[in-house]
Design a protein around this ligand. Sequence first.
Ligand SMILES: [Zn+2]
Length: 133
Amino acid sequence: MGKTYSLETDLMPIMRGDVALPNPEPINRDIGAEILHYNQMRSGCSVLLPGETSKKWNVSFFLDSGQSGQLYGSGLVAWTKWDNEKRTYAATGLRFAICQHTKVDDPGANHSRGWHPGRCSKCGLDMTIDSGD
Ligand SMILES: [Zn+2]
């Protein structure tokens, strides 16, 4: 069994803003296009940005997950802010990751047949993808 991330113990403290957002990174693509890829969204959350002392309220989290729904402990947090130039609210946000995963292949990987077993070399998360038929 590899490492797994749990919503309750790993992600909820981040989504309540009880711990600062881990490893935040800017989103360089259109945020609307980014979030369309997600099927796991939690709205009405809070976030504590690193270096800030008060939580930002009413943000939405989009959670990275694997083929069988297992959580990767990473994703994207988004909120709206007033855009003075466009005179409207616009979405903004950050990526985050409890672990910035580095996938290494397991023995037996057969990429030409769509079998990509592997895990993160840092935390041990199972990142296997089976795209074969
Ligand atoms: Zn990892």
